[in-house]
Design a protein. Structure first.
Length: 243
């Protein structure tokens, strides 16, 4: 699994670099043009559903995307929640108040998410201010919740963790789920103080370099998580909107 992620990230890093170089060249040509072009109307992103290919180019050429944006028309998050749109993975989801994305390098949640991180995100609850240098499992042991959002290739298999194969109805569709226990060192175990809820959600439009990929959600919490915490996790999962 780790090797697959490294290969994916290397391919996407190369794509971003090439597009950035092309963008610089185009900008240079525009700067020396004798007749500068006039900007045309800009279409709002909120509520729009651009083609997957166009969104991949948009995401690759942008330095970052906002951690919070307006929900598409027809979608509503629970009161007080915000909405996040991932244009690389072609999904959006609702975020509870007080939660935020992190790169584990700064205390506050991210306001902008670098495009290269959009295929592997960490959404934290009850974890801010984050203490750089801390390990995610250490924070989970202290009551934080870590929701990892990852691209899962169609052929990916894991030999040491549970495979989401149990169907669970979720709204008008169904998802595949399983639960994994971890010991105090964060290693898979038959029983432990930590656990993860894993959910696989089909993507309507997979990333261009990962045909057949799906969205893998891994929600890590204490084994003794409260019913309210479990409910919040399922609300996040149920809010996922693919396009």
């Amino acid at each position: 699994m780790a090797l697959l992620r490294l290969r994916r990230r290397a391919r996407r890093s190369l794509m971003v670099a090439l597009i950035a170089i092309v963008g610089v060249c185009i900008a240079g040509l525009a700067a020396i043009s004798e007749e500068p072009s006039k900007p045309g109307p800009v279409a709002k992103r909120e509520g729009s559903f651009a083609s997957p290919a166009a969104q991949d180019v948009d995401a690759a050429s942008a330095a970052a995307v906002p951690a919070r944006t307006a929900a598409p028309t027809g979608l509503a998050c629970p009161s007080g929640w915000s909405y996040f749109d991932n244009p690389v993975m072609h999904y959006g989801l609702c975020i509870p108040p007080g939660w935020g994305f992190t790169d584990f390098r700064q205390a506050a949640p991210l306001d902008q998410i670098p495009a290269l991180q959009l295929e592997n995100l960490h959404l934290l609850g009850n974890a801010f201010p984050w203490h750089p240098g801390s390990l995610p499992f250490d924070a989970v042991r202290q009551g934080a919740i870590d929701v990892e959002l990852d691209v899962l290739p169609a052929s990916a298999q894991s030999s040491d963790e549970c495979q989401p194969v149990t169907k669970k109805p979720l709204g008008a569709s169904s998802v595949l789920t399983c639960e994994q226990s971890y010991d105090n060192a964060g290693m898979p175990a038959a029983k432990g103080s930590l656990r993860a809820l894993k959910v696989i959600i089909p993507l309507r439009s997979a990333p261009l370099d990962e045909p057949g990929a799906r969205l893998l959600i891994i929600a890590r919490s204490r084994a003794g998580a409260t019913s309210a915490e479990v409910t919040t996790l399922w609300q996040i999962v149920q809010s996922v909107h693919t396009y």
